[in-house]
Design a protein around this ligand. Structure first.
Ligand code: CMC
Length: 387
């Protein structure tokens, strides 16, 4: 019989070689193409980091302005695609709409030669428009066209919050906060959704089908869906009079399925550098915007209690990137149903970079894990009248 090594959840299996993102989970290090995440989140723009991840090097001024110009030029979605939105229920989750719309892009844009990046540009440019339209659909407001004079992040916020009846200027602090959040989410090596994109791409399925599958994987509450769940949990604690100890105890109770959302990570065992960065940033942004959000205090209290509790210490459970991102998004006026969509917008360049890396690797072959069979041994078929 074949000898199969079981590695449940692939905790210790390298599925590929990759030159995109480096993580050291013990020391809390995260680098995109060699550059520390803290430096990038502090100083770069999201299109610049998208270029870095997708093409391997930081762009020079001319490369970046061409890239930005293309991302702007392709922001509108085909007018006929707007009709697709009419078919979704108003209560549809925007992540489901995003994955359906991205999958549908393959009906508009045919598979191109591997070295033709037009579809990559189209996806990056249009996903933000689709995301904003999904939100407008959910609140029954008219779609707002993108504007060529705005930056990537400001353009998205414009489509989210502008109305045809009034003028709306995107507050620069909002665009800056979004820029930082998207950079922090841009790649994270072989996480569940990126592995999914690579898995689907390995069969040579089309680009949009591969990315759409990644969006589906990201939507789960143990992955990107956690950011929405964190906020719902903090609201629940607030409504419960702020008694976070009760929830810490629930999370420790092995007879109860409840987990502290936003805690724990497969790879980071000391701290998540993105969470450390976001904790500080959330404080600053919320102060700059003059907001006093009681949920921030609940989050800090919860963090403190959990970090000094033996259960969490023993299992090396620390706040992850999703713990603080929701508080920031909330301060920016983004509703919690959109949080995971925001994560997806940020993760797009990572998925694209991995898709390209896999498709350009002459040594890659279809991803096809094995299993350890645990079913019955051979037995003889029993005719219906004898069962
Ligand atoms: N609350 C309470 N207990 C937990 C938690 C938590 N949030 N996370 C893990 N544990 C316990 C778990 O019950 C297990 O205990 P025991 O050894 O006694 O059975 C132990 O810690 C190890 O957990 P695991 O599920 O084997 O760990 P994993 O590496 O498979 O899962 C995880 C990692 C992130 C899915 C998990 O920690 C979790 O469910 N966290 C909550 C959801 C979350 O915040 N997800 C976002 C992850 S970061 C960004 C992203 O990927 O999108």
């Amino acid at each position: 019989a074949d000898i199969i090594t079981l590695d449940s959840g692939y905790g210790n299996t390298g599925s590929c070689e990759s030159a995109i993102t480096f993580i050291n989970g013990e020391e809390g290090i995260l680098r995109y193409r060699g550059y520390p995440i803290e430096q990038l989140a502090e100083s770069a723009t999201f299109p610049e980091i998208s270029y870095l991840l997708i093409y391997g090097e930081l762009p020079n001024l001319e490369q970046l302005s061409n890239f930005r110009q293309q991302l702007t030029f392709h922001s509108m979605i085909h007018e006929d695609m707007k009709k697709f939105f009419e078919g979704f229920r108003p209560s549809a989750h925007p992540m489901a709409i995003l994955s359906a719309m991205v999958a549908s892009m393959s009906t508009y844009y045919p598979e191109l030669a591997e070295d033709d990046d037009m579809n990559v540009i189209r996806l990056l440019a249009k996903a933000k428009t689709i995301a904003a339209y999904a939100y407008k659909k959910s609140i029954g407001q008219p779609f707002i066209y993108p504007r060529d004079d705005l930056s990537y992040c400001a353009n998205f916020l414009h489509m989210m919050f502008a109305m045809p009846t009034t003028t709306y200027d995107v507050p620069p602090e909002l665009a800056n906060a979004l820029n930082m959040l998207l950079i922090l989410h841009a790649d994270h090596e072989q996480n569940c959704s990126t592995s999914t994109v690579r898995m689907v791409a390995s069969s040579q399925a089309n680009f949009f089908a591969s990315i759409s599958a990644g969006i589906g994987a990201l939507s789960g509450p143990l992955h990107g869906g956690a950011n929405q769940k964190v906020l719902e949990m903090l609201e629940m604690i607030q409504q419960d009079g702020g008694d976070y100890m009760k929830y810490v105890n629930l999370a420790k109770d092995k007879d109860d399925e409840f987990r502290l959302m936003g805690f724990g990570h497969r790879v980071y065992k000391n701290f998540d550098p993105r969470a450390t960065f976001l904790r500080k940033a959330a404080d600053n942004v919320i102060k700059t915007m003059g907001i006093d959000d009681p949920l921030l205090n609940i989050a800090k209290g919860l963090e403190e209690v959990a970090l000094s509790d033996e259960y969490f210490i023993e299992r090396k459970l620390y706040p992850n990137v999703d713990f603080y991102s929701g508080i920031l998004y909330r301060a920016m006026g983004i509703p919690s149903a959109m949080f995971t969509v925001m994560f997806a917008l940020g993760r797009l360049p990572g998925w694209i970079a991995h898709w390209k890396e896999l498709r350009q690797d002459p040594g890659s072959r279809i991803n096809r894990p094995r299993q350890v069979y645990t079913g019955p041994n051979e037995r003889t078929y029993v005719p219906m009248d004898q069962r």
